[in-house]
Design a protein around this ligand. Structure first.
Ligand SMILES: Cc1cc2nc3c(=O)[nH]c(=O)nc-3n(C[C@H](O)[C@H](O)[C@H](O)COP(=O)(O)OP(=O)(O)OC[C@H]3O[C@@H](n4cnc5c(N)ncnc54)[C@H](O)[C@@H]3O)c2cc1C
Length: 417
């Protein structure tokens, strides 16, 4: 049996993977437990949903991500429970004991249970969501092509996106370009004046987390791309016809919910470790109070007062994962735990082809320059040379020819397998 300390990492998202890689030089045995067999680059999920990229360009097998990390092994399994006292995790592939545990299970789409929904709306969080959304949208246009009822055709050709945060803004821009520039070449029988993309936001501005100037720039860019923005409009319900608002409704066969995510911590960690939003209240070393051997990082972890360090974004998760390795190293050397210090490198959001907004410290950028920056940053962070090359080729193809290569309906909604 191994004498080295055992580190179990739950989740191979941004946080878990960063922790496993950062632990490669330490004298520990690392086990990464991930329920899928891939690491997903969620920031480009909307590009799969809008037919620009294929899943294999944004998802990479965990085993190949960790191929060069000789002290790590991968277990494809779901963690069902954590026994903090016994220092054991129960997984669908058996139990695992640990000396250090890193919980990095991320978040899931929040809502739309509130407001009530009479139909299943589509989220955009997992790879399956993006594929389902793409298939659903394309199937709606296929149906619209042979529908004689004008009202039904308008509904089939309309998309309502709820939530004007980065995901809602990015998907709306991309799907509007797909509908205005790409699909008309395939569907001569449809009058695209019938189609619409409506972005609905309860707050008064798009991209609330960004500087107001950038939110306004994003709104202008979206309108130029044909997106109708409804600001200050809380959703009262979702039905078969579309979205109900205070003073009316938006008819749409495709309703996409991007109005928030919630932490998955509650399914594994005790309620008294969570704040009112279900995120783990971690110490300055990113541990559970009273359980220094248990770390919580990424979307599941927060300390309200920490500002940008509490944001549910990839850099917070990555830097959290790297910090875990620093703490474990310090403990192995008998030093006190270092404190987590987040380095905010800025945020950005793209609004379709050739337009983005970015804020990096005091610098605010919008338009084409921000888009080029967005493109370079995402190429840098995408895993693997092949993915980068294909993504770059797809972006260039779309930029010059306004074409989306990935428009196959493979998993038809309602097929049931
Ligand atoms: C559509 C979209 C766009 C985004 N765009 C951006 C962006 O542009 N920039 C940015 O910085 N951030 C963006 N984010 C947020 C960013 O992706 C998250 O903040 C980040 O992924 C959080 O990392 P994490 O490690 O906490 O969780 P994740 O990356 O979500 O990883 C969690 C992992 O845990 C696994 N898992 C969950 N439960 C279990 C279990 N019980 N057992 C085993 N495995 C489990 C999951 O399968 C998953 O692989 C976006 C998110 C979405 C959904």
């Amino acid at each position: 049996m191994s004498q080295r300390p055992r580190v179990v990492i739950v989740g191979a998202g941004f946080g878990g993977l960063a922790a496993a890689k950062a632990l490669r030089h330490l004298d520990v045995d690392v086990t990464v437990v991930e329920r899928t067999n891939y690491h997903l680059f969620q920031p480009l999920l909307y590009q799969v949903a809008s037919g620009l990229l294929d899943p294999s360009e944004i998802a990479h097998p965990v085993r190949s991500c960790l191929r060069r990390v000789s002290n790590a092994r991968v277990v494809m399994a779901e963690v069902r429970a954590v026994d903090l006292e016994a220092r054991r995790v129960d997984t669908t592939a058996g139990a695992l004991g640990y000396e250090h545990l890193v919980v990095a299970t991320g978040s899931v789409t929040a809502g739309p249970g509130d407001p009530p929904s009479e139909r299943q709306v589509l989220g955009l969080k997992h790879l399956e969501d993006a594929l389902r959304l793409r298939a659903h949208l394309l199937a709606c246009f296929e149906e619209a092509a042979h529908t004689t009822d004008a009202k039904a055709r308008r509904r089939l050709c309309s998309v309502a996106v709820v939530g004007a945060g980065p995901t809602g803004v990015e998907y709306s821009g991309a799907v509007s370009e797909l509908i205005r520039h790409v699909l008309p070449k395939d569907f001569p029988e449809i009058d695209f004046a019938d189609s619409s993309v409506v972005l609905i936001e309860a707050g008064e501005e798009a991209l609330a987390g960004f500087a107001p100037r950038l939110g306004r720039a994003a709104a202008r860019s979206l309108r130029r791309k044909g997106v109708r923005l409804l600001l200050g409009q809380p959703v009262h319900g979702v039905s078969d016809c579309g979205v109900r608002l205070r003073g009316g409704s938006v008819e749409a066969a495709t309703v996409v919910w991007t109005a928030g995510v919630r932490s998955t911590a509650a399914s594994l960690l005790p309620a008294d470790t969570l704040d009112r939003r279900g995120r783990v209240q971690v110490t300055s070393a990113l541990c559970l109070p009273g359980h220094p051997e248990v770390f919580a990082i990424g979307d599941i972890a927060a300390a309200e007062e920490r500002g940008p360090a509490a944001a549910m974004v990839a850099p917070v998760a990555i830097q959290g994962g790297q910090h875990v390795a620093r703490v474990i190293e310090a403990r192995l050397q008998g030093r006190p735990d270092p404190e987590f210090r987040y380095r905010d490198k800025g945020t950005m959001a793209t609004i379709g082809r050739g337009s983005a907004v970015a804020q990096i410290g005091p610098v605010r950028l919008s338009g084409f320059v921000a888009w080029v920056l967005w493109l370079l940053v995402h190429l840098l962070y995408l895993v693997g040379f092949r993915s980068r090359t294909i993504a770059l080729a797809s972006w260039a193809w779309n930029f010059f020819f306004y074409d989306r290569p990935v428009r196959l309906i493979i998993d038809r909604p309602g097929d049931g397998g």
